[in-house]
Design a protein around this ligand. Structure first.
Ligand SMILES: *Cc1c(COP(=O)(O)O)cnc(C)c1O
Length: 386
């Protein structure tokens, strides 16, 4: 008991030394060290502050180039990007969508926005992301391919249309294997890469393995536009459709307002994109700094009982959010209390989606790894150290 608090105190002191402060330390603050203000001012001066303007186009082009996708479509946030992404691949009220129970709520919410049903399949303990092994086991035991080659859920008789793996805290899941399994079952992969801008699996950028990938630029992500998101794809038709339905499905016409379906007002503003272009210019620097910080943590935690979560095999992580594994739930809670009381903000990983009121009826596989991680994982200070 006593030694546990000695360890916790060492962690607090290490973090305070690393950030060179005894003031309150948030989990992840944004950093603006480049041209953000200049570009935002330019956007204001141009009067193009809304969803049309040169910065939106520039931001989309920079993102496509950075991740290595053919197309990128900017949206108002990561959740709306995921909603559109699911709609693009045909997820509707008759569909079921496989995802992981250990994720930020947006993943499950976007499925619900399509009136589709989520199915929760377990994660791996090392990647924290959807487990390829458990996915394959679930599909083999619980589904069959019908005469149209669609994947039918034996329990509900509904079509499993899509799968949404997520790269937790910037650590890549076994995405190549997951895509290969989904291809065999005719399930379309929509990658929730909201947390993994700058993370790679076998040298390829996360978010570019599936048919569609999405990113988030919320205030706490590795780069931010205040609020924003991006859809990436190599499919021209899907990219065009993404832009169309996220722009109220407006049909070009010189005089009239014509819309050809129920669309969404999900476009990113030029003002936000201006900030995004400034942030993109710092992205490589941020990733380098995050990896440096993670390396420091890794060395430090070697001597402690707390285990630092390192990037999984075959991947390179942006280390967006650093995390440690505590001995058990009780120790986790003590650690949370101790560190937050000292002004060093820490947070537990998410409560599993299937335990939340609105998703408690959802079909679940064996979720033992997700539960194990829920009981033990805590995020620690992860702002870029300047
Ligand atoms: C941040 C995040 C999103 C999108 O969030 P927004 O706040 O809508 O940009 C989606 N999925 C995951 C896993 C996230 O962490």
């Amino acid at each position: 008991m006593y030694s546990r608090f000695v360890e916790f105190d060492r962690v607090v002191k290490f973090i305070q030394e690393t950030y060179n402060t005894k003031d309150f330390l948030p989990l992840h603050e944004p950093r603006f060290i480049g041209n953000e203000k200049k570009y935002v001012n330019e956007a204001i001066d141009s009067t193009f502050v809304s969803s049309v303007g040169k910065y939106v186009i520039e931001f989309e082009e920079m993102m496509a180039k950075f991740v290595g996708s053919k197309y990128a479509v900017a949206t108002s946030n990561g959740t709306s990007a995921l909603h559109i992404g699911l709609k693009l691949v045909g997820v509707d009220e008759n569909s079921e969508v496989i995802t992981q129970p250990l994720t930020f709520i947006a993943t499950a919410n976007a499925i619900a926005y399509c009136n589709a049903k989520p199915i929760f399949v377990d994660v791996d303990r090392d990647t924290l992301g959807l487990s390829a092994q458990k996915l394959e086991a679930f599909l083999e035991a619980s589904t069959f391919l019908n005469e149209d080659n669609e994947c039918v859920n034996k329990t509900t008789n509904k079509i499993i249309k899509a799968c949404v793996p997520m790269h937790t805290f910037g650590h890549a899941c076994k995405i190549e294997e997951i895509v290969e399994i989904c291809n065999r079952y005719n399930i379309i992969v929509v990658e929730d890469a909201a947390e993994s801008l700058g993370s790679y699996y076998k040298g390829q950028h996360t978010g570019t393995f599936g048919k569609v990938g999405i990113f988030s630029f919320n205030g706490n992500k590795i780069i931010t536009t205040g609020g924003g998101g991006m859809i990436v794809t190599d499919d021209e038709t899907l990219a065009k459709r993404a832009k169309h339905i996220s722009t109220t499905a407006k049909v070009p016409d010189p005089y009239e307002y014509i819309h050809d379906e129920v669309g969404y007002n999900y476009r990113l503003t030029n003002l936000a994109a201006a900030m995004g272009v400034g942030q993109m210019e710092s992205l490589e620097f941020f990733i380098g700094k995050q990896r440096e910080l993670a390396f420091k943590y890794k060395e430090f935690f070697k001597e402690l009982e707390l285990k630092f979560i390192e990037e999984p095999k075959d991947s390179s992580s942006n280390y967006w959010l650093n995390a440690v594994i505590l001995k058990d739930r009780e120790t986790r809670d003590e650690f949370l209390k101790y560190t937050n009381n000292k002004g060093v903000m820490t947070r537990s990983i998410w409560r599993l989606m299937n335990k939340l009121e609105m998703f408690k009826e959802a079909q679940c596989g064996d979720l033992s790894n997700a539960q194990w991680l829920e009981d033990r994982v805590v995020n620690i200070s992860s702002s870029v150290v300047l």
